[in-house]
Design a protein around this ligand. Structure first.
Ligand code: UDP
Length: 487
């Protein structure tokens, strides 16, 4: 079926880990499939996204009004990146208030297009309620998970059944998802352990019951168990279309203006380093470590003797938007010393991650293992040292370490005690010429090939993720054909 000039409305949750992959999907649908895209978000996020659109793009950005202070959040905070961790759930809850405005946006759009309906609405999984709005018009609705299905299945199953509550042991097996094998209570985010936020999770799941299908930013070949779990649980099609990533260069602008300069600084710095010699350290767009963990990590980076780029944000308990106060969280003179020796580069707040990971000097990635970061690293064959902090990150690390063999876990959580010598040992294991390190690097390159295969779009060969995208678009078109034929 011909998808050209079909309009698709997209609506991500307000977090960089959601907006970036949604934007990448929007660009893919526009530039490879010829669709026209309407991209909705709140005003400050639209402002942030605008400069990151490719120059030849005509993606239409539309604002949905939102005032964070009306919801008990600090003023002008419309993105998890600007919030301390404990307020993120509040933003999820506040985002339910966007429903009437999104409804109006879609109706206005249809009116402006003289009644012509969009082919589909792709919303975030936190906005499953978009299904009601789509179905009122007879339009297909899918959610896009910027996650892998395995980890989402673990998170969903634990959140819905809270197995640790009926179990004296610290470990459990998920009865509805035994493929995840044993899970330890320390592999549960703070809100699942304390069962806060499970009400929100239930509402989110309830809202998703009438979706027409879902897209996962993962690859069928590596994520089969999770995909089967969702297909069975929801009785809907789940298409693995990943990895959908922003081209290097676009992502750096998705953060803020300072990131454009940071890209140049990082590139120049990396250019001076030998191939495969740099450790990249980042905990994503919304997680931070504690001050004590930060101190131990700094000691470890110096003791390891490796070159490193470290994206630093103020630790837990400090104002997330403030400048880092060195003394409290970093060893005396740490930044200046490493700058002078040329061994370590600290990037404050936001780094051009894709540029760093795609650079030939980058050897390993110490990461919280948010799924976007995982995909970005593996797309360039970079093995991971996992330090999961929250949500489904614990299960990403489990999958990557136990099933795929491209990661070793170094620590867990945002408050636990860490020892710098343990961190050094894991850095050495992965970056030195150890058996394990060689095996992981080899496996990471194999996974890169699996990824490249799944997104290959040639006349003679179409990868599984490209076919999954075809199937999704065809399903949306079929629904429209059926609606037209209905009496
Ligand atoms: N990111 C970046 N620079 C940073 C921090 C994050 O470009 O300094 C991007 C990263 O490349 C990824 C996204 O932000 O695309 C973070 O998503 P992920 O799922 O890895 O983690 P989250 O931030 O959602 O926990």
């Amino acid at each position: 079926m011909d998808q050209r000039k079909e309009n698709i409305v997209m609506f991500p949750f307000m977090a960089q880990g959601h907006i970036i992959p949604f934007l990448a999907l929007a660009i893919e649908l526009e530039q490879k499939r010829g669709c026209t895209i309407t991209f909705a978000s709140t005003p400050l996020n639209i402002k942030r996204i605008q400069p990151s659109l490719p120059p030849n793009s005509s993606i239409q950005l539309l604002e949905i009004p939102f005032r964070s202070s009306d919801h008990g959040l600090p003023p002008d905070c419309e993105n998890t990146h600007d919030l301390p961790y404990h307020l993120i759930l509040k933003l999820v809850e506040a985002s339910r208030s966007l429903k009437p405005s999104f409804h109006k946006l879609v109706n206005d759009l249809v009116r402006k297009q003289h009644g012509q309906l969009p082919l589909c609405i792709i919303s975030d999984s936190f906005f499953g309620w978009c299904a009601d709005i789509a179905h009122e018009l007879g339009v297909f609705h899918a959610i896009f998970f910027p996650f892998c299905a395995f980890s989402t299945a673990c998170y969903y199953s634990i959140g819905m059944s809270l197995p640790h509550r009926n179990n004296d042991s610290k470990e459990f097996v998920l009865t509805d998802f035994p493929q995840a094998s044993r899970i330890h209570v320390t592999q549960m985010s703070e809100n699942l352990q304390g069962a806060h936020g499970t009400e929100t999770l239930r509402k989110v799941v309830q809202d998703c019951l009438s979706i027409d299908g879902a897209l996962f930013n993962s690859m069928g070949e590596l994520d089969e168990a999770g995909l089967t779990f969702f297909q069975k649980t929801f009785g809907k099609p789940f298409w693995p279309i990943g990895p959908i990533l922003l081209p290097p260069g676009t992502g750096s602008r998705a953060g803020n203006e300072a990131a454009i300069k940071a890209a140049e600084v990082c590139r120049n710095w990396l250019d001076t380093k030998p191939p495969n010699s740099v450790l990249y350290v980042s905990f994503g767009s919304q997680n931070t470590v504690s001050a004590s963990q930060m101190m131990h990590l700094a000691f470890a980076l110096e003791a390891s003797g490796k070159n490193f780029i470290w994206v630093v944000r103020p630790p837990t308990g400090f104002d997330i938007n403030s400048e880092l106060k060195g003394k409290e969280c970093l060893p005396e003179g740490f930044e200046d010393r490493n700058k002078a020796s040329g061994r370590g580069l600290l990037v404050h707040h936001w780094a051009p991650q894709m540029e760093i990971l795609s650079h030939k000097s980058t050897s390993a990635f110490l990461s919280h293992c948010g799924w976007n970061s995982v995909l970005e690293g593996l797309s360039y064959g970079v093995p991971l040292i996992g330090w999961p902090m929250a949500s489904e990150q614990f299960y990403n690390v489990k999958l990557l370490e136990e099933e795929i063999g491209v990661c070793v876990e170094v620590a867990r959580g945002r408050v636990s005690e860490v020892k710098s010598e343990d961190i050094v040992a894991k850095i050495d294991l992965v970056m030195n010429d150890t058996e394990k390190g060689k095996e992981m690097r080899k496996r990471a390159c194999e996974v890169r090939n699996i990824i490249n295969n799944s997104i290959a779009d040639k006349e003679e060969f179409k990868g599984a993720s490209v076919k999954a995208m075809d199937d999704f678009l065809n399903a949306a078109m079929l629904m429209r054909e059926d609606a037209k034929r209905a009496p």
